[in-house]
Ligand binder design. Sequence first.
Ligand code: SF4
Length: 382
Amino acid sequence: MIDNKSYCPIPFKEIYVANSGKYKLCCHAQEGDVSESDLLPFDYFFSEAIEDVRDRMMSGEEVKDCLKCTHHEKKGGYSYRMKAIAKWGYTSEVRDVSLKLRINGSACNLQCYMCHPYNSSSRRKELREIWGDDYDLHFSDPKKVKFTSKSTSQKRNIWNDTIDNINEYIHLIKEIHMTGGEPLQLPRHWEWVDRIPDEHAKNITLVYDSNITQLSYKNHHVLDLKEKFKKVHFGISCDHIGEKLEYIRYPINHKEFEENLKFMTSHFDTSINVTVGLLNIPDLLEIKQYYEDIIKDSKYNKEVCCSSVVSGPRILSIRNLPEHLKTHYIQKYKQFPLVVSELKLPKHTDDWYKHMSEYMDKLYESRGLKWREVFDAESYRS
Ligand code: SF4
């Protein structure tokens, strides 16, 4: 199996739905044609098409949906597939299922400069205000993903059927990965939590991707989750320190964030997740040290991870940096294999700097902020 470059444990373990409503093998895979309105999650998971993917992976055939990992391994040396094997091992058993379903909406109170517009409603609003209705042409991958225009009642019916389908197979579920938007601020997230029967919740781990800017919603509070579930883990998004954090995760308040961070790390198992992109690539070691110092007395996990990278929108990927900077960071960040792998990929286009700086200038001008004074923008020029 070690020589099999196609095998990945994720199709055996995970069901993923993107904010567009379409299934993907995982968040890094290409989007397929099947949506929640065609097949409910477990009908998709047990479908012939997915069984065929598993067979092809086991026999070492390349799977076209997994191009990103194939490309990373050929050019960069490390991939999300390898990261998944490190987590799950070489399993071929279809059980202990993990759900990562972006079904609760994409409302988010932050507009991170690198967030894919499909994953944040306030980001879409801001981009539309600056660039008009064609905003996504500037930032999306060539294969554009369109939101389906279903009525609210249609969406509600699909969501209810989805939750019923999940509860029918709840005995197979080991982990539910809650993501958004900002999951803690999504009413449907809390409704889903309430609909998970207590006797099964005791066997399920909840995993969150959260910005932890707000820890309660109406009569719900994060601490309620601890009572109900076997374990709750928070992956806390945190991409820089102080003012630079406020530029990247606009409009976050860094002092409030650090207060919430102390609260969360004293009550929950957490990892602090730094998404590596243009604005934080110079400072990863400082960021890691800063937050490790803040949480050093937490009795739970004290991990600060640099294990995800901005790969889309493409203009914001570190693979486009000038060669001398890429060489420097490849040496400096050997401990972060995905960062090194992304740096080793070829740049997207030669006129990348022009597109990137036009985007950044326009975005931050509209916010009344001067990004060129806070970050070393000129260093990105070839
Ligand atoms: S090979 Fe890569 S893209 Fe495919 S399912 Fe695994 S992690 Fe996702």
